[in-house]
Design a protein around this ligand. Structure first.
Ligand code: UD1
Length: 448
């Protein structure tokens, strides 16, 4: 992990803060990724009270990140993307820009700013990036006294950048802890220095571990990080205690530990407003077919594997587990359209800025369960072709049922999912068709 120098003093001592220079030697991230140097010199800081503000999206070219960036741009927000392209492609940026420009043209509104920085969010370059979006601003206090203070033009950060394969995490636990946990800690230190405290974190239903099998939709109260008082729907009050039950792999533990760290950070400093969004199973894509899920490494999640079967680069889908206690014996998941997930980020960001207070977790799921077999059938209907299946044993670490309660997100964020599993299938098939027509099936083969 990089060690960052503490060269930025608090806003009360601006005179001692001298501009730093970007690093002069090439940087290699811990996983061997060469990091592109930021342009030098950086945008110079300047005295300003009216510069544009931004949302910083770390991992903004990945599957969920790209759809969220598009949603932010459609909503008129200026966006800074930081992405090291370890599991994404720069061409995604062109498609985001195209879709945003089309939307803004149709609406007759100006296209927001979009800045892309290809770098690893753990690299030292992050510090220079944050510095370049910091202004020296003049304020006048109640007594008419003029003061100079530093203010970031980054109003909120959405942090997607993390490794997310259950299988890989079992093989490479240290890489997972390094990126997902150590990287997060360094990032929070950096943001704190620059006075950026509105933070949205990509968490996962994986934090519920084997509580998923409890036979009811998962509520945020099922996993808390500090003792908290809770009154259930029958009016019975209790004190919830922090606990983790049946976390199945290092990946799951990185998400749980990250949430716990965020809750501690928010408890220690009232400036922080932190939301953890616990994703269930995001699937589907933008209806344009220009954005979608196309992992660089081996596909292991259900829909990317189904995509490969549809594209003909994989012969059949291995159905992991046909003996679960579910109506058709296959596992049940809460599949949610990625655009609903993207809208969930917009709602969470607005809620956090307006009434966020400390740390709060929200589920982003559809609230209803679909079996693996039902998911396959919906995709077959959309594609008009059958998908060959191979019945296999259970995959290690899997749970039988995992469905969200959406009550908290609906009540507090005012967010509800809109799209059906059938819509997810239709949009995914449109993405596959378009890509295959343009690039052929190899587009969906293993790419590293
Ligand atoms: C897992 C994690 C989740 C994480 C997500 C992204 C757990 C419990 N869940 O979700 O937190 O965010 O990965 O990486 O750790 N399936 C097949 N054949 C396949 C692939 C999948 O039958 O080739 C089945 C799985 O066994 C499972 C369902 O499809 O029952 C969904 O699997 P997947 O898409 O990998 O997501 P999760 O395991 O639910």
């Amino acid at each position: 992990m990089d060690n960052y120098e503490d060269s930025l003093p608090s806003s009360s001592s601006p005179a001692s803060w001298s501009p730093s220079s970007p690093p002069t030697t090439p940087e290699i991230s811990d996983d061997g990724f060469e990091i592109e140097r930021l342009p030098s010199p950086f945008e110079s800081r300047h005295v300003s009270n009216g510069s544009p503000t931004f949302v910083l999206v770390i991992g903004g070219l990945g599957y969920i990140g790209s759809h969220t960036v598009l949603e932010l741009l459609r909503g008129g927000q200026n966006v800074i993307i930081v992405d090291n392209l370890s599991n994404s492609y720069e061409s995604v940026l062109d498609n985001i820009k195209l879709l945003a420009a089309n939307h803004c043209k149709a609406e007759g509104i100006p296209v927001p700013l979009i800045h892309f920085h290809r770098l690893d969010y753990r690299s030292r370059s992050m510090r220079f990036l944050l510095e370049s979006y910091t202004d020296l601003v003049m304020t006048i206090d109640a007594g008419g006294q003029q003061n100079m203070t530093y203010r970031s033009r980054i109003e909120s950060v959405i942090h997607f950048a993390a490794y997310k394969s259950v299988v890989d995490s079992l093989k490479h636990p240290l890489q997972y802890y390094q990126n997902n946990v150590c990287g997060l800690v360094s990032l929070l230190q950096q943001l704190d220095k620059y006075g950026i405290h509105n933070f949205i974190f990509s968490s996962s239903a994986t934090v519920y571990g084997t509580k998923s099998n409890s036979g009811r939709p998962l509520q945020e109260e099922d996993v808390v990080h500090h003792a908290e008082e809770h009154v259930d729907s029958a009016g019975t009050s209790s004190v919830l205690q922090p606990s983790a039950v049946g976390l199945s792999c290092p990946y799951a533990r990185t998400k749980y530990f990250s949430e716990a760290i965020l809750a501690d950070v928010a408890a220690a400093n009232a400036a922080w407003r932190i939301v953890a969004l616990r994703y269930f199973n995001p699937v589907g894509c933008d209806p344009s077919g220009l954005l979608g899920e196309n992992p660089r490494g081996e596909a292991t999640n259900l829909y990317p594997v189904l995509t490969q079967v549809l594209a003909g680069v994989r012969k059949s889908l291995d159905v992991f587990g046909t003996d679960w206690a579910t109506p058709d014996g296959t596992a049940i998941r809460d599949f949610i359209h990625v655009l609903d997930v993207a809208r969930g980020h917009m709602a969470a960001m607005a809620w956090n800025a307006a009434c966020g207070d400390g740390f709060r977790a929200f589920n982003l799921g559809s609230g209803s369960g679909t079996s693996v077999l039902e998911a396959v059938r919906s995709l077959e209907a959309a594609a008009g072709r059958s998908i060959p299946l191979t019945w296999s044993g259970r995959r290690p670490g899997d749970v039988g049922v995992c469905v969200a309660s959406t009550e908290r997100a609906q009540n507090e964020l005012g967010w509800s999912p809109r799209e059906s599993v059938a819509q997810c299938a239709a949009d995914l098939w449109n993405f596959v068709k378009r890509r295959m027509a343009r690039d052929g099936a190899s587009e969906f083969a293993l790419q590293v």
